[in-house]
Design a protein around this ligand. Structure first.
Ligand SMILES: [Zn+2]
Length: 287
């Protein structure tokens, strides 16, 4: 072969090889394999010490509520329902007083660390859905800038108004500006197969919504956000004085509780510690 031909062959080999060298970006993290069936995990995403439950329309006196959040692993992706109290509160002995609400927040295990028990990094969570944008439900929203945020259009408009409502911390949800948004004006069937649905239940806030998960063995679960903060408030149709619309709150309670009856679902008051304790202890799950 002549020198010219050698050079041409060498150049051709380089051209073939170069793209694979140039594209040497790190391989995507394998992450955990999607389960064949829907799995439901309940997480303790912080505690809230309420100085006086009268502020929530309940009988007076102090009480500790839980800020639960939930991971749903579906063959089509992973969804996180609510993000709890901000991980920034973790590690503070005795918790951190939230000045604007007078509530003391405590986080024992940061959400990010809990997700690792499932081999999940925030980028493995395709969908983050919010019951509403109060500080104890959206505290870790900004951990998920690469996820699709599913929330009510009305809720986002309300929470990002100026001045911000006192129960919303705008800097904790600022990633909404760049995250992918799926803004709902009504119901949503997240994976298109009826297993994970989101339905409006406004009144606590303008765009409050509830989650319905249908599991093969455990049946239907309705996660009701702040539709009621306590069992007593639900049973007695009591509404916190700071709800944005008291009448709409009662109508939402009636509608969701009727749906629970009709589907013989397990009804979950998200802030009740015994409702969280009744689920398999994370990272155990229902399916
Ligand atoms: Zn709330």
């Amino acid at each position: 072969m002549s020198l010219q031909r050698w050079s041409a062959a060498l150049l051709l080999a380089l051209l073939v090889l170069l793209p694979s060298c140039a594209g040497s970006a790190p391989a995507p993290r394998p992450g955990p394999e999607a389960p064949a069936e829907v799995r439901f995990y309940a997480l303790d995403c912080g505690r809230a010490e309420i100085p006086d439950m009268a502020a929530f329309g309940d009988e007076g006196g102090p009480r500790e509520l839980v800020a639960a959040c939930y991971v749903i692993r579906h063959p089509g992706g992973t969804l996180l329902w609510d993000t709890g109290i901000s991980d920034a509160n973790a590690g503070a002995k005795g918790g951190v007083l939230h000045a604007r609400t007078g509530i003391r927040f405590r986080v024992d295990t940061p959400l990010r660390e809990q997700l690792r028990a499932l081999q999940l990094e925030p980028t493995d969570v395709q969908y983050v859905a919010f019951s509403h944008l109060h500080v104890d439900h959206a505290g870790n929203a900004n951990l998920f800038p690469a996820s699709t945020w599913i929330l009510s259009r009305r809720e986002l408009e309300w929470a990002t108004a100026t001045p911000a409502p006192p129960t919303v911390e705008p800097e904790l949800i600022s990633a909404y500006r760049t995250a992918k948004l799926r803004l709902l004006d009504g119901e949503a069937d997240v994976f298109g197969d009826g297993t994970v649905r989101i339905v409006p239940s406004p009144g606590h806030t303008p765009g409050h919504q509830s989650l319905i998960v249908r599991l093969r063995r455990a049946g239907t679960i309705v996660i009701s956000g702040d539709l009621c903060h306590t069992h007593g408030n639900c049973a007695n149709r009591r509404v916190p004085p700071f709800n944005t619309d008291p009448e709409e709150s009662i109508r939402s309670m009636e509608r969701i509780l009727a749906l629970v009856n009709a589907t013989q679902a397990r009804f979950v008051v998200q802030h009740e510690p015994d409702a969280l304790a009744a689920f398999p202890r994370f990272p155990a799950f229902l399916d």
